[in-house]
Structure formats: C-alpha cells, structure tokens
Design a protein around this ligand. Structure first.
Ligand SMILES: [Zn+2]
Length: 95
C-alpha cells in the first residue's frame, strides 16, 4: 500500500462563533510595571481606559494585544472529511 500526499489549499477564517479580545497592560515603571490592565471586546474601550488611566496616574506606556480565534476551512471537495494528518494542512489520496 502506498500513499500519495498532495497539497490542498485550506482557508484560514475568523471563527464566527467568537469575537476578538482586546487587552491593554500598563507597562509604565522603572523596576516593575504598573500592572493595571483591561480586557474588552472593542478597541474603543481599550483606548478610553488608557486615556483615563493616563489622566489619573500620568502613566503613558502600554502594551496592547489582540486575540482572535481562527478556523481552517477545507476546500469544498474535502468538506465533511477529517484532516488526514495532525497538521490538517494536507489531503491524502491512497493509491
Ligand atoms: Zn499604570
């Protein structure tokens, strides 16, 4: 029995069941970061929190991160099949 592996172009899409998460950490500080942080569902809320935090503390250094969730979608001819390899990036033809 032999196997032939071929490249199949999967598409990476944002998971429609989830929303991205936005986060900001105040990293102002010489020896240690301030440590205040916020998580929100919108970048607007993050920016508003940063403005207020700076206004209240004078802190001006932030680290911002965005986390989103992605799905790999198979091409139409492979829909309904499980990926043949752990990487999920290859389709498998047995010949
Ligand atoms: Zn701070």
């Amino acid at each position: 029995m032999s196997c032939i592996y071929r490249y199949v172009p999967w598409t990476i899409v944002q998971d429609p069941a989830t929303y991205p998460e936005y986060r900001a950490d105040c990293v102002t500080g010489e020896d240690e970061d301030c440590g205040e942080m916020i998580r929100a569902g919108s970048p607007d809320w993050i920016e508003e929190w940063m403005r207020r935090h700076t206004q209240a503390t004078g802190h001006r250094d932030y680290r911002r991160t965005v986390t989103d969730y992605a799905l790999l979608e198979p091409p139409d001819e492979l829909r309904g099949l499980r990926p043949a390899l752990p990487s999920g990036l290859l389709g498998r033809d047995e010949g």
